[in-house]
Design a protein. Structure first.
Length: 97
């Protein structure tokens, strides 16, 4: 019975620690990645090439405006992927991923 409980405890702890990791290596998540939108300026009439070069918006991303006057445009590319850019008015914004 003691061997059974030890084995069960080891399995439980292994599953517990690997479920909190990025790579399955029992390390905890490092936090969020900050992606700056400065320099990803919108084009007035964007082509599909322009939109492809905008920043990809993933599920769970958070858009943060660094300035109150920051304006962000969201486009969908040919594959339906959301792409975002910053309207260049001297403002800045970033993504938390």
């Amino acid at each position: 019975m003691k061997k059974y409980m030890i084995t069960l405890t080891v399995v439980f702890l292994t599953v517990w620690f690997t479920s909190c990791s990025d790579e399955g290596d029992a390390s905890f998540k490092n936090g969020v990645t900050v992606i700056s939108l400065v320099g990803v300026d919108c084009v007035t009439t964007p082509t599909s090439t322009d939109i492809a070069n905008y920043t990809t918006l993933l599920s769970g991303d958070t858009i943060v405006k660094d300035d109150d006057n920051a304006t962000i445009s969201i486009y969908h590319d040919a594959n339906g992927t959301k792409k975002i850019c910053l309207i260049n008015n001297g403002s800045s914004a970033h993504l938390l991923r």
